[in-house]
Design a protein around this ligand. Structure first.
Ligand code: ADP
Ligand code: ADP
Ligand code: ZN
Length: 219
């Protein structure tokens, strides 16, 4: 049973690793950012609300985000484990997650938190070079993971775009929000013995290798 939380600053490579972990271990990849973006694209009330915050680089309010995650975790495919990417992002969300897991009969201590880290300059370079497919949401990087044909998604042929919140100024805001609101989670999980540090400076395969070595040792 794998229940994993991916923790790390914007652009460190959470989504990239999440896709691979999800494939290898057969668990659903739950990205709160992806769910918000899908709602924004469809123009749902949740999407309209989220957009107000996301485009400024701010966090969507905790209660909205938690409610959305509890609904997703209740789905059938999460019974055999799951990978949370981008949630929790505040100490409040982490406390609520622990309480929610207890309430549904899961032990919060069973969670493995992978803390991926890299220096600020690397994060900025990764986020500003990121391109995402406007149709399927797949992510590329202009230098590190370019598509076969420039500007076109390898998977679906959709057009690649810059995420509006990957503009330099917004990335800088998101990094500040991470420092203030998300980095305290590192201590929250370390002191409860659930944290594993991963060196995000390596190439994508290297980071994945370190994650697999770590997860492989766990039942
Ligand atoms: P996050 O979900 O943490 O914001 P992503 O997984 O979307 O990060 O990665 C941000 C960008 O950096 C993407 O364009 C991705 O292709 C690229 N990237 C991810 N991991 C690496 C890596 N280890 N080395 C180089 N580029 C990477
Ligand atoms: P990244 O990891 O590159 O910052 P995400 O795709 O995870 O990007 O998130 C994009 C945006 O969605 C965040 O900047 C934030 O506004 C919002 N968001 C995602 N997850 C959460 C969360 N757990 N709580 C509040 N807001 C969130
Ligand atoms: Zn696509």
């Amino acid at each position: 049973m794998k229940r994993i939380v991916l923790l790390g600053p914007p652009g460190v490579g959470k989504g990239t690793q999440a896709e691979r972990i999800s494939d290898k271990y057969g668990i659903p990849h739950i990205s709160t950012g992806d769910i918000f973006r899908a709602n924004m694209k469809q123009g749902t009330p949740l999407g309209k609300l989220a957009k107000e915050y996301i485009e400024k680089g701010l966090l969507v309010p905790d209660d909205v985000t938690c409610g959305m995650v509890w609904d997703r975790l209740a789905e059938e495919d999460c019974k055999a484990g799951y990978l949370l990417d981008g949630f929790p992002r505040t100490v409040y969300q982490a406390e609520q997650l622990d309480a929610h897991l207890k309430a549904v009969g899961q032990d919060p201590q069973d969670i493995t938190v992978l803390n991926i880290q890299a220096p600020t300059q690397t994060l900025i370079e990764r986020a500003t070079g990121r391109r995402i497919c406007k149709d399927c949401g797949k992510s590329y990087h202009t230098v590190y993971t370019p598509p076969k044909t420039e500007g076109i998604c390898d998977v679906c042929g959709g057009e690649l775009r810059i995420r509006p919140d990957d503009a330099l100024e917004t990335v800088q805001n998101r990094l500040k929000v991470y420092e203030d609101q998300t980095s305290p989670l590192i201590e929250y999980y370390r002191t409860t013995d659930r944290l594993a540090d991963i060196d995000g400076c390596q190439a994508i395969d290297g980071v994945f290798g370190q994650i697999c070595a770590l997860l492989g040792e766990k039942p």
